[in-house]
Design a protein around this ligand. Structure first.
Ligand SMILES: NC(=O)c1ccc[n+]([C@@H]2O[C@H](COP(=O)([O-])OP(=O)(O)OC[C@H]3O[C@@H](n4cnc5c(N)ncnc54)[C@H](OP(=O)(O)O)[C@@H]3O)[C@@H](O)[C@H]2O)c1
Length: 262
């Protein structure tokens, strides 16, 4: 549904969302943002302990249903089983956020001969999102109520970073273009597909960065700091709701201006 006034324009009340990797880092910021706007959130991830902690913390704060489905997005059957169970539990899935990801690899010429880390990276960072889109968007199409897909990519998919994470950057670039092409495919079903390309953001990866190194990295960022996970979450909440119905196939960069100079 699209908006014609600002009344409840940003509300997600009663919507059912899946957030892959919604238990940690940026995914936790997204779970928090969606729940704060009234969405019920199903966390799809492997680590149950951290997911249960999130459910306990946020469940006490927001009056929404939070749940966990143990899922490995690199495995098609695992994605299918979790989506089927989630759809049966919630009746309808309105929002899918493909956030789960991991950075593997390095220079191509330094990789092992079977390129296993290259393929492993694509299995998670590109094909994980594709698998989830396949199962969830079939459900959305069959329900006939439209839906929202938000892919979390990276500014590394648009620019050339050094040192390079070549497989990661290539997988994220492919996910950006998948976002555009898939958006065109499913627009007729009322499904909107957009991406957020974050830059440096506080998450598990940033926990071990020494203070001096953090300051050095921030010199490259016009706003002078990393983004907070919940700031990525706030943009995801906008893309998940009716206010963004006229947007599809967009890749929105949120990197504090880092990519402007690269
Ligand atoms: N942090 C940044 O600076 C930054 C910048 C640009 C883009 N990004 C992107 O933002 C997303 C989140 O990154 P982050 O920094 O928040 O990472 P993170 O703190 O390491 O969290 C990664 C999340 O992905 C889940 N995950 C990883 N592999 C999975 C698999 N095979 N199946 C299911 N879940 C899996 C993890 O949950 P389990 O371990 O429980 O499975 C975890 O919740 C990623 O797509 C990343 O590429 C991050």
């Amino acid at each position: 549904m699209h908006i014609k006034s600002m009344d409840n324009a940003f509300s997600l009340a009663g919507k059912n969302a899946i957030v892959t990797g919604g238990n940690k880092g940026i995914g936790l910021g997204i779970t928090t943002a969606l729940a704060s706007q009234g969405a019920n959130v199903a966390i799809f991830a492997r680590d149950e302990t951290s997911a249960r902690e999130v459910i306990k913390d946020l469940g006490a704060k927001y009056n929404v249903r939070l749940s966990f489905y143990k899922t490995d997005i690199s495995d098609m059957q695992s994605c299918k089983d979790s989506v089927d169970r989630c759809a049966a539990d919630c009746k309808s899935i309105d929002i899918l956020v493909n956030n789960a990801g991991a950075a593997f690899g390095g220079n191509l010429l330094d990789l092992e001969e079977d390129l296993s880390s290259w393929f492993k990276c694509f299995e998670v960072d590109l094909h994980g999102a594709v698998r989830m889109c396949y199962h969830v968007c079939k459900h959305m199409r069959d329900m006939g109520k439209g839906g929202r897909v938000i892919n979390i990519t990276s500014n590394a998919g648009e620019i050339c970073n050094k040192p390079s994470l070549l497989s990661y950057a290539s997988a994220k670039a492919a996910l950006n273009h998948f976002t555009r092409c898939f958006a065109a495919e499913v627009a007729e079903y009322g499904i909107r597909v957009n991406a957020i390309a974050p830059g440096f953001t506080f998450s598990n990866f940033s926990k071990n960065i020494p203070e001096e190194a953090y300051k050095m990295m921030c010199r490259e960022i016009p706003i002078g700091r990393f983004a907070e996970a919940v700031e990525i979450g706030a943009l995801a909440a906008f893309l998940a709701g009716d206010a963004s119905d006229a947007m599809t196939g967009a890749v929105l960069t949120m990197d504090g201006g880092y990519s402007l100079g690269h």
